[in-house]
Design a protein around this ligand. Sequence first.
Ligand SMILES: [Zn+2]
Length: 65
Amino acid sequence: MIKNLIAPIQAWLLAQGHCVGCGTPLVKGKRKEVRGQTTVTCSCGRIFIHDKAKNKYRRALFDEI
Ligand SMILES: [Zn+2]
């Protein structure tokens, strides 16, 4: 039930370029190139992938970190 509510909020935050955990704009995160992708590490420790072509963020998968 709660999960059903949180998922759309997290998707919305990510679509706005914000961390799903703490709401910090990901432009402030630490960027690093990993195998041709840009990873963004938020100050809270969550890691995202920045899709430069679409200018969108998504959560990094375990093997992408
Ligand atoms: Zn965060």
